[in-house]
Design a protein around this ligand. Structure first.
Ligand SMILES: Cc1cc2nc3c(=O)[nH]c(=O)nc-3n(C[C@H](O)[C@H](O)[C@H](O)COP(=O)(O)OP(=O)(O)OC[C@H]3O[C@@H](n4cnc5c(N)ncnc54)[C@H](O)[C@@H]3O)c2cc1C
Length: 424
């Protein structure tokens, strides 16, 4: 294929923002095209988000045309103060912080003289019963019941309470009712308490306040909370939409054209969790197929075909793991639950892991965990628990200092200049 060059003679360049599923699969789809590809990403790695919960619970250890696949962040629906007490799970840092909080809670419970206080440290509240919430609840229940049962003298980890809260009345709201019930049964068999139709209205370090369907409010004493509800598209989406005069939905996802381009900008493609189009779900396949579609569109254009092909999502199905050897799945209407679904889940996740080494090390870790029930990745540090808030607090202090400097106006001769130190 003749290389497309600009008048300047430079080769056509494709810039991809984001190294997630959308970005990676767009780049892979362009590898044979005669274009220069640049990936700009906040992180220097590709994060396989579907297995983050395994890092958090100690099973695993720690890349012209524009394609924007900047994904989504956590949303607390306006209750930003909740973030201090209930971390989400969107990044490696989140997963490591959660691991330190989960394992740390058992350690602190072991040191308590008062049973009530120990109980609050061994009460885990997960907010949001989607796939991530269900996966995390199942893992923490397994940790308490199996992995840690012989690890302590004063506490019995099997007494831990794992509470999964959701304002909706069923777990896994995007799955078929039959699978919702199968997942709920399995969780309850593992001792997970399902509090459905219940809203979280407030929280602090040591408790969560919830509102029951009849409006009554009550507090759950708990020091370890996980936020598995709500996503907000990356702010980059909103900035692009503002500049292009495009619409966004309540979660900040950008309304794109059927061919995934930004309205008014055929050279800009938006892919994955950042977009809203035909109610497509926020899952890997939408990002991967969208990335490939954008890449194909660019190649078609370089071949002179300017007609924008609409993006067609091929739904390969939905899978969620509930606990060891148990998952639920809906593959083209074929509904599976239990061990068979878990085998499909295992195969699909190994298949999509990038690179041979990742596949082998993951299989090795899984062998340890799924066969022995042990977990090899249990290192937890205080820094992992407090770093996120310390970094945020430092940024706030910098902003306050900058504000004070601006308010103080230009320095006078003889004034001592005060600048924030750059040695982090
Ligand atoms: C815990 C968890 C479990 C999940 N499990 C599943 C599952 O089992 N199955 C499934 O299908 N889906 C699952 N998902 C959803 C799935 O991971 C997402 O739908 C998918 O990652 C979206 O791909 P993306 O490319 O749009 O964004 P992402 O994969 O999130 O990638 C976004 C990329 O953009 C980068 N970035 C963000 N902002 C900027 C910026 N301003 N500048 C430069 N770079 C930036 C980020 O660093 C990242 O590299 C899960 C998600 C989570 C959080």
């Amino acid at each position: 294929m003749a290389g497309q060059t600009h008048a300047s003679g430079a080769r056509h360049r494709v810039v991809i923002i984001g190294s997630g599923f959308g970005g990676l699969f767009a780049a892979k789809a362009l590898r044979r095209a005669d274009v220069d590809v640049t990936i700009v990403s906040k992180t220097g790695y590709h994060l396989f988000q579907p297995l983050l919960y395994q890092v958090a619970t100690g099973i695993l250890s720690e890349g012209d045309s524009l394609i924007v696949t900047a994904g989504a962040d956590q949303s607390y629906f306006g209750n930003e103060s909740f973030a201090d007490h209930a971390p989400g799970m969107k990044s490696i840092d989140d997963a490591l912080e959660l691991r330190a909080r989960i394992f740390g809670s058992f350690e602190i419970a072991e040191l308590q003289d008062e049973p009530e206080v120990a109980r609050a440290w061994m009460t885990f509240v997960l907010v949001g019963a989607g796939a991530t919430g269900v996966e995390m609840a199942g893992q923490i229940a397994e940790l308490a019941r199996d992995t840690l049962r012989r690890d302590y003298r004063h506490i019995d980890p099997r007494q831990a309470r794992v509470i999964l809260v959701d304002a909706q009345t069923a777990v896994l709201p995007t799955f078929h009712q039959k699978l919702q019930r199968a997942a709920a049964r399995r969780l309850e068999k593992f001792g997970v308490e399902l509090q459905l139709g219940v809203k979280v209205v407030d929280m602090d370090a040591g408790w969560v306040e919830v509102e029951d369907p009849d409006g009554t409010r009550r507090r759950i004493q708990s020091w370890c909370k996980v936020w598995c509800a709500g996503v907000a598209a990356s702010p980059l989406g909103g900035q692009l939409a503002d500049q292009a005069g495009a619409e966004t939905d309540r979660a900040g996802r950008v309304e794109v054209n059927p061919d995934l381009t930004l309205p008014g900008h055929p050279e800009v493609f938006l892919v994955g969790d950042l977009i809203t189009l035909d109610n497509l779900p926020g899952v890997c396949q939408v990002a991967m197929q969208g990335g490939k579609h954008a890449a194909r569109q660019i190649v078609r254009r370089l071949e002179g075909d300017e007609s924008g092909q609409p993006f067609h999502y091929f739904d390969k199905g939905n899978l969620a793991t509930v606990s060891r050897f148990h998952a639920v799945g809906d593959i083209k209407g074929f509904r599976l639950a239990g061990f068979p679904a878990w085998l499909v889940w295992l195969g699909v996740h190994i298949f999509y892991l990038i690179g041979f080494k990742n596949r082998v090390t993951t299989l090795f870790h899984w062998a340890i965990t799924f066969v022995s029930g042990g977990r090899s990745e249990r290192t937890a540090t205080l820094q992992q628990v407090f770093a996120r808030r310390a970094i945020r607090r430092e940024a706030e202090l910098r902003a306050e200092l900058e504000e004070a400097r601006r308010a103080a106006g230009p320095t006078q001769p003889g004034d001592v200049a005060v600048t924030p130190s750059d040695d982090r």
